[in-house]
Design a protein around this ligand. Structure first.
Ligand code: ZN
Ligand code: ZN
Length: 387
């Protein structure tokens, strides 16, 4: 693999950082130890500026090139947070915290971006500036959005942003990417159907919310099958059905339904929200009850920009000899917020034949480090070639 030789030399050091982070997982915005470690390393590398506390526990580092005639600034982003999962890998560096685990490989992402920062600080073989972005709370907390809301893009005049995620099932160090929508918007709904509870032996005296909710669950399936254009992607999943009474002989007063919606475009997202409201109030009215629908918008769809995606794929080909066209992912990714503010691209790097992300036996593959770090470094050196 024509990876940068320096990363073959640095691999064992970067692996040590990765395993240290793995052993000490932190969830959501609670990445205090990890953020401190990142800031300390960036200082050790000789970064020109290090700022902590962006997006609560996020860290930003600036590395200036040998020259800056281009005036360009590129942002490289990694996520630092772990998941509330109890680790079952049995590794000697497994999580020391019960119920917390790096099950999505953000330990690897952080270590790889630190490796790239070390190399870029040593060599500075580019014309412009690099901003390394370490964000907390990717797993549902919107840490990327908070960093943007703190004015990060304007403060450092970031013009393009790049992100990377490891991908189990893909050969180690192989890359995959696609232009346009890539990861889904992740929304939630919380519906309360209200009826009139009573004795289960006297249904004529009740408005039965269980029957009403069952109809609503079935009718919600028609958003994907009857309302959406068949060529568009949408998932509507009801994941929780809770009656207000658990008794055998009581018709419950209310039923709460919860679930998730995944879409790839603003149009589908709007359609889902509109139809969930219409279906629930319509079904409730049919049975003489009422519906209260809360639709919570989470991460927007993550959309890769055309030009930067092509460039990112070219760099990946140079690093690993290949870059496949990736399939759509119905999971969410809060790098979406950064790509809404600036053009850029997000790439997948193979993690080999490992357990899937978010599984208690998952582990980041340290063999992917040279490819991942090389991709980061080449993005910078090729996008802002030394004058
Ligand atoms: Zn994840
Ligand atoms: Zn992840």
């Amino acid at each position: 693999m024509p990876v940068k030789n320096r990363f073959a030399e640095l691999q064992s050091e970067i692996t040590e950082w990765r395993r240290d982070i793995h052993e000490n997982p932190e969830i959501l915005f609670e990445t205090h130890r990890t953020s401190a470690l990142v800031a300390e390393k960036l200082k050790e590398f000789g970064c020109d500026e290090i700022v902590t506390g962006i997006g609560r526990t996020g860290v930003v580092g600036v590395i200036k090139g040998k020259s800056n005639t281009s005036g360009k600034v590129i942002g490289l982003r990694a996520d630092m947070d772990a998941l509330p999962i109890h680790e079952a890998t049995g590794l000697d560096y497994a999580s020391k915290t019960d119920g917390a685990m790096h099950a999505c490989g953000h330990d690897g992402h952080t270590a790889m971006l630190l490796g790239a920062a070390k190399y870029l600080s040593e060599t500075r073989n580019f014309d412009g500036s690099v901003v390394v972005i370490f964000q907390p709370a990717e797993e549902g907390g919107g840490g990327g959005k908070e960093m943007c809301d703190d004015g990060m893009m304007d403060r450092w005049n970031i013009q393009e942003v790049y992100g990377m995620h490891n991908w189990p099932g893909k050969p180690v160090g192989a890359f995959g990417i696609r232009a346009g929508a890539f990861f889904a918007a992740t929304d939630q709904f919380d519906i309360t159907l209200e009826g009139f509870g009573g004795h289960a032996a006297m249904p004529q005296k009740t408005v039965d919310t269980t029957v009403m909710a069952a109809q609503a669950v079935m009718a919600l399936q028609t958003i994907a099958s009857r309302n959406a254009d068949p060529v568009d992607q949408i998932v509507v999943s009801v994941t929780s059905f809770e009656t207000s009474s658990k008794a055998f002989n009581v018709i419950p007063q209310s039923v709460q339904l919860k679930g998730t919606v995944r879409t790839m475009s603003a149009e589908m997202r709007d359609l889902a929200e509109k139809r969930i409201n219409e279906i629930c109030s319509g079904v409730a009215a049919t049975f003489g009850g009422s519906a209260d629908v809360t639709y919570i918008r989470g991460y927007p769809a993550m959309v890769n920009h055309e030009e930067q995606t092509e460039f990112a794929a070219d760099v990946a080909r140079k690093v690993s000899g290949g870059c496949e066209h990736a399939e759509l992912v119905m999971g969410g990714e809060d790098f979406a917020f950064m790509l809404e503010e600036r053009p850029g691209a997000y790439i997948l790097v193979g993690n080999g034949d490992t357990a899937a992300v978010h599984h208690p036996e998952y582990n980041f593959n340290d063999e992917a480090i040279p490819a991942g770090c090389s991709w980061w470094a080449e993005i910078v050196e090729q996008r802002m070639p030394a004058a």
